[in-house]
Design a protein around this ligand. Sequence first.
Ligand SMILES: [Zn+2]
Length: 310
Amino acid sequence: MTTAFLSHSDCLSHHNPEGHPESVARLEAIQQRMSAPEFDGLMRIEAPLCSDEDILLAHPAAHLSAMKAASPESGFQFIDGDTSLSPGSLQAACRAVGANVKAVDMVLSGQVQNAFCATRPPGHHAEQLQAMGFCFFGNVVIGAKHALERHGLSRVAVVDFDVHHGNGTQDLVWDDPRTLFASTHQMPLYPGTGSASETGASGNVVNVPLVPYADGSDLRAAFEQEILPALHQHKPEMVFISAGFDAHARDPLANLHFTEEDFAWATRVLCDFAKDTCQGRVVSTLEGGYDLQALAASVAAHVGVLMEQT
Ligand SMILES: [Zn+2]
């Protein structure tokens, strides 16, 4: 079995205003890096468009209607100071959701061992009724709900090592004891949530905030002392990764000092856990990462480890 790499050219049609860090160039840098011969073994899949019903697995209908109504014919429609839709944004967002749904189908059918969704816009800041932080829909949570509701899994886990707290993911799974959400993130930092005291309705949320300038040794401690024990207790049947790479030392939006080797370590630990407990089923999805060189190198390290598992 191999690793699926899901993406789509529509994800290059979501534009942010000039100078915005969440740019088309991010995905272009990843795609260029992934064209190297070492990645020839990937099964490259065109991400399908999701259905409305997929989005409704995680969001109320009012949110979907609001996003459709906000989709502009030209220019930008601002949701907040950081988050806006261009004419291609809704289509790109539906590819990002569709990639997750398809990735779950491929992994659960045994077609591939694991999958990486190289899509944008990202998703982990999108709350039930609120697009924010460059995100419109909870891509990863929709994949997780798809696995639970339609494939009949009983328990899943979402691990998020993006430098920002995944407030949206937390909001979407807060009341769902089937889903463990575990996150490392810098604090204080946008969006301001993610303290260790936020534990979900049934203890299903594990937040491990890290102080500014924390490095790979702090990441290892967070995983070994808190995240892995929580995973072992939850016994998920599939592991989702919200793979943001903005905790890299070079990233301009935050102050953590991870390296691509640290991301590879975290990926390996999660894959080892998945191998021991859930047949190695892992679906990973791009979230943040805003230094193009660090992003491309980190995705290469992350996907390289996913490919080692097959
Ligand atoms: Zn981020």
